[in-house]
Structures are given as structure tokens and as C-alpha cells.
Design a protein around this ligand. Structure first.
Ligand code: CP3
Length: 342
């Protein structure tokens, strides 16, 4: 039994005494304590492959920021690597794949990731983090949505347009489906391994949902997220599809418990379009650059609009590295102190 199970209860649609809160990208560069630890490692990948270091980064936001859930410190790109496509995390630039997916043969050469063989550094870290948390609160596991992982694997890096990735959908739809199926199967095995290791809830990040036209989004993304949601029955699942305002009704039909909202999605409209799920989000991370008075006003506005039930407070996307930890702490305090009147 967890001492603080607010996030899990809200995810299941149960009543909570107050609104629970955690933040996407709560671990990492906003904390000087993380930056100090990270300096001891040559690169990000070595860091996330060192379970003891992962546990420290996972627990820092719990102790320093006061959130209601921990999220395992890792990255969505561990899946391409486990399927046979190596990546580098270039300082200040982001992911880079020395050899990206360029033709059907490249897809055929990929394997379905075997978590026991290739991702034990994540599951070992989850086991250690669960023990370090000693039932204080839930631990969130995660993976990228197949479309977002596909986008990095075919583009070879981050991109403003992901036009190389999108070209695949128009020019090679069958091969695209083959790759998406392989990623989906790998992701299901990976999430199940995370749950077996102790993850209490899992989140699927579809960071590049918003660049597809609605019909393609249905065919090339929702279809595969749906397969993942149907396969994961052990713990609640959150689906966060950034910028997919057009897909909210479709998201409400998924076999998931929580839907994440970005800051552009209207709260009342989202409640209507997704009436049967717990919602998570949707504070604009840039609002945390503002003064404390503005942060308080806007946070309370958001809490009131979501109401007291079926809600997990969070941001509309991850924290940016230059947001002050003190303002983040303040945002969390306001949420924890807020008394709903509705
Ligand atoms: O606190 C947490 O949320 C847990 C850790 C976490 C990281 N990445 C650590 C990280 C999580 C949940 C992710 C998910 C992730 N990774 C996503 C989905 C969420 C989103 O932001 O849309 C995506 C698209 C990635 C891919 C990725 N990883 C990019 C584009 C980058 C470079 C840009 C950046 O933010 O620096 C990363 C690197 C990365 N992942 C860092 C961290 C802390 C920075 C590297 C470092 O600290 O050295």
C-alpha cells in the first residue's frame, strides 16, 4: 500500500481529498542538484544506464519539489536502440541517429525489443527506485507513442517539420505500418517489463501527434496507441498526445484511464470531448516564467476550471531547463493547498 496514492486514485476516477500533482520533465536540468550529478557522467546515455544515478534523479523532484508521483528518469529513445537502431544524445542539440531508417530493408533488419536482454538497465532502476521510495508515492513508467518513435527513427534527429518522417507515410505506407507494428510490439513488452519491475502507472508520450492531419493521425498513430492500451491491463495508462486537439474525441475511445492535455486545449471543451476519463495537465510551462502573483492567479483559475474530480494537475508539456525551481515549487504548493468549492 502506498502512503500517498492520490495520483493513482485520481487516475482510476476515484475521489481525492485534494488535487494531486506531478510535472512532466520534473527530473533533470531545472534542478541544480541534477546538474551537479550529471557532470560526473560523460553523457546522458551513460547516465540513464547507471541505475543508482537514475534513482537519485528520480527521487530529487520528490524530495525537493514535493510532487505526488515520481517518474523514472530515462528517455523514450531507449526503444529504437533496443530494436537495433543506435542513437546519440548530443549536448544542447538533442537526439541524433548515426544511421536512420532509410528503406524497407532497414525496417526488416530491426528486431522486436527484448526488454530482459536490452532494457534491464531501466527495469533494474525501477526496482531500485521503488525500494528507495519505500511506498511514499507511485512511480510512473513511460514510453513514446509508436508514431513519435517512428518520427525520430526515420528523421534521424529532431526537426521542425519532420518532413522526412511524414514523407514515409505518403510514399511507403505499407513499410510505415511494418515499422509502427514493430515499435508497438516492442513498446508493449517494454511497458509490461516496467510494470513487472514496479511501475504503478504508465504514460505514453505522443510528442509529435500534432503534425499529422487528423485522418493520418488515426491510421498511423491512434491505431497503435490503441493496441498498447488494449494490451496493458495491469495498471492505469495515461495518453498524452501533444497538439492533437482534433483527436480528443478519438482519444476518449481509447482503453486508457487518463488523457493529458496541452496548454492550447480548452478545459471545458476537453471535458465535453473526453467525458469518461481523468484529465491531466494543462498549465502553460512558460507561465512559470511569470511573477508569483500571476502564477497563483493562473494556477487557481486552472484548478477551478478542472474541478475537484478526475483531475491530475500537471503542465501542458515538460518543464524547460531555465525555469526557476523556486517557481516550480511555488506552483506545486498552490495546487496542494487549493480547496475546491465545486
Ligand atoms: O522527469 C521526467 O519527465 C523523466 C525524464 C524524461 C526525459 N525524457 C529525460 C531527458 C522523459 C519523460 C523524457 C521523454 C522524452 N524524451 C520525450 C517525450 C516528452 C516530450 O518532451 O515531448 C521526448 C520527445 C524525448 C526525446 C528527447 N530526449 C529530446 C528531444 C531530448 C533533447 C532535448 C532536451 O530536452 O534536452 C532529450 C534529452 C533528455 N531527456 C534530457 C533529459 C533530462 C536532457 C539531456 C541531459 O540532461 O543531459
Amino acid at each position: 500500500m502506498l502512503n500517498n496514492d492520490l495520483v493513482l486514485r485520481a487516475a482510476r476516477g476515484e475521489k481525492t481529498e485534494r488535487t494531486p500533482v506531478w510535472l512532466m520533465r520534473q527530473a533533470g536540468r531545472i534542478l541544480p542538484e541534477y546538474r551537479a550529478l550529471r557532470e560526473k557522467f560523460p553523457d546522458f546515455k551513460t547516465y540513464i544506464k547507471t541505475p543508482e544515478a537514475v534513482v537519485e534523479a528520480t527521487l530529487q523532484p520528490v524530495d525537493i519539489l514535493g510532487v505526488d508521483a515520481a517518474i523514472i528518469f530515462s528517455d523514450i529513445l531507449v526503444i529504437p536502440e533496443a530494436m537495433g537502431l543506435d542513437y546519440e544524445m548530443v549536448e544542447k542539440k538533442g537526439p541524433f541517429f548515426p544511421k536512420k531508417i532509410e528503406n524497407e530493408q532497414d525496417i526488416k533488419n530491426l528486431t522486436i525489443a527484448n526488454p530482459a536482454e536490452k532494457l534491464s538497465y531501466v527495469t533494474d532502476a525501477i526496482k531500485l527506485a521503488k525500494s528507495a521510495l519505500s511506498n511514499r508515492m507511485p512511480l510512473i513508467g513511460f514510453a513514446g507513442a509508436p508514431w513519435t518513435i517512428f518520427a525520430y527513427m526515420t528523421e534521424g534527429s529532431g526537426s521542425k517539420t519532420f518532413s522526412k518522417a511524414r514523407k514515409w507515410l505518403y510514399c511507403e505506407p505499407q513499410a510505415s505500418h511494418l515499422l509502427l507494428e514493430k515499435i508497438t510490439q516492442s513498446t508493449i513488452l517494454y511497458l509490461k517489463a516496467q510494470i513487472k519491475a514496479g511501475a504503478d502507472l504508465v504514460q505514453i508520450f505522443d510528442s509529435w501527434a500534432g503534425i499529422l492531419p487528423p485522418k493520418q493521425y488515426q491510421t498511423f498513430s491512434i491505431k497503435y496507441i490503441s493496441q498498447i492500451c488494449d494490451a496493458i491491463t495491469e495498471v492505469p495508462i495515461t495518453v498524452f498526445a501533444k497538439d492533437a486537439y482534433f483527436a480528443r474525441a478519438a482519444l476518449s475511445n481509447l482503453n486508457c484511464q487518463v488523457v493529458g492535455l496541452d496548454w492550447c486545449m480548452d478545459i471545458a471543451e476537453s471535458r465535453k470531448l473526453i467525458p469518461n476519463k481523468t484529465l491531466q495537465g494543462n498549465f502553460d510551462p512558460c507561465n512559470l516564467y511569470a511573477d508569483k502573483k500571476t502564477i497563483k492567479l493562473e494556477t487557481e483559475k486552472m484548478l477551478k476550471a478542472f474541478g475537484s474530480e478526475r483531475y491530475i494537475a500537471n503542465l501542458g508539456h515538460g518543464l524547460y531547463p531555465d525555469i526557476e525551481a523556486d517557481k516550480v515549487k511555488y506552483f506545486i504548493e498552490i495546487i496542494k493547498e487549493y480547496k475546491h468549492t465545486n
